[in-house]
Ligand binder design. Structure first.
Ligand code: MG
Length: 383
């Protein structure tokens, strides 16, 4: 799939006119951005630093897309006025991202970032989006660091900055990756404190996986097929069978581009369908109406906190249910998403619980409910 699809704004102007007016062509664009955003130019004292952190997984993690024992994420630090904002983005293999390329993309715009005024966080991120093609994990890392810095400077937790009630967080599912029946049973038992589980399916082991889960628990399940079913008749059969297994909804049953087929499937099943890989940006959402019942919003996928809020707003305006998800990542990224979670219907924010060497402590979970830290910004503490 073309990962650019749906991302380039299109309007009445032809494409070249559009690029000219947004200043996206040539070296002049960065200078123009600097003029617009730097109240302080080089003496702004803004230090930006990007690095790569290797996170070790508690269990080998398998979905239809990959299997691995560690994940590298992009970490960003923004320091100004003695305050440091911390951000993180988990590159998504599905969109041909990796941590090295993401870090390089940030390093390439360091002059722009250093000269920009972080208080102007909206035009700053618009400038980042114009200068960096794709690399949504890198953009998310920058945006999260910015918003953490803003919250710390204003001495408010991010949920308060966005006007949200920290008591209104949803419960989060705990995800069970594809594994042998024996390991699946063990993981389900380890997740005893979570009232709802998310089960990864989409390979030819779906029945064995569900049998293993159901042999040890009767709790409600949500299922993520990660585009695993390529045939619409097969998808209908699987979804109707999952309904009989106590499943609440199914995420991304078919490949993202098969929107018409998914619409056909949806008219023949009862379970709600949630778009994940099909929902990359706010502009991708209108065409999903009638094919899906809701969307899974991820900071790493859409490019950060600010864009996630827009995506949630657009989804709600279209009558779609909303969910916040995450990649395998540290408490930086997961806590950033958790601060927005009072906005959404469902949460799948367990990526930090899957790793063994989390550098920070932020959002915690009690009987499945997300508990937000009360400190300013993200409210992170060293682990
Ligand atoms: Mg998913």
């Amino acid at each position: 799939m073309d990962s650019n699809s749906g991302r380039v704004p299109e309007g009445e102007m032809n494409r070249r006119e559009w690029l000219k007016t947004t200043g996206a062509i040539g070296a002049g664009s960065m200078l123009a951005e600097l003029d617009a955003l730097s109240g302080f130019a080089e003496e702004s004292g803004c230090a930006w630093e990007a690095s790569i952190t290797r996170l070790k997984l508690r269990h080998t993690w398998t979905t239809t897309m990959s299997s691995s024992e560690y994940r590298d994420t992009i970490q960003v630090r923004l320091t100004r006025d003695g305050v440091t904002g911390i951000g993180e983005g988990a590159p998504i293999v599905r969109y041909h991202e990796n941590a090295q390329d993401g870090k390089q993309a940030i390093d390439a715009i360091l002059p722009f970032l250093r000269a920009a005024d972080p208080w102007l966080f909206q035009p700053l991120m618009a400038g980042v989006s114009r200068q960096v093609q794709n690399q949504f994990a890198a953009k998310a890392a920058i945006d999260i660091a910015l918003m953490d810095w803003i919250g710390k400077k204003m001495s408010v937790p991010l949920y308060r900055f966005f006007g949200l009630d920290p008591e209104q967080t949803p419960i989060t599912t705990f995800s069970i990756g594809i594994d042998t029946p024996e390991s699946t049973r063990q993981k389900v038992q380890e997740a005893a404190s979570f009232p709802v589980l998310k089960i990864k399916v989409g390979l030819n082991t779906d029945e064995a996986t569900l049998d293993a889960v159901r042999s040890v628990t009767r709790k409600p399940l949500r299922v993520d097929a990660n585009e695993g079913w390529k045939d619409k008749e097969e998808a209908v059969r699987k979804i109707n069978w999952l309904e009989s297994q106590g499943v609440e909804f199914v995420e991304q049953p078919m490949p993202a581009e098969m929107i018409e087929e998914t619409r056909w499937v949806r008219s023949r099943v009862h379970l709600p369908l949630i778009a994940d890989e099909a929902a990359l940006s706010p502009s991708a959402l209108p065409k999903l109406v009638d094919a899906y019942d809701g969307v899974n919003v991820k900071l790493d996928k859409c490019g950060g906190i600010q864009q996630a809020v827009r995506m949630i707003d657009v989804a709600k305006s279209l009558g779609l249910k909303t969910m916040l998800g995450c990649m395998v990542s540290s408490s930086v990224s997961v806590t950033a998403a958790a601060h927005l979670s009072p906005l959404v219907d469902y949460a799948d924010l367990d990526g930090n619980l899957l790793i063994a060497n989390d550098p920070f402590r932020g959002v915690t979970v009690e009987k499945g409910k997300l508990i937000l830290p009360r400190g300013p910004g993200l409210g992170l503490q060293p682990a």
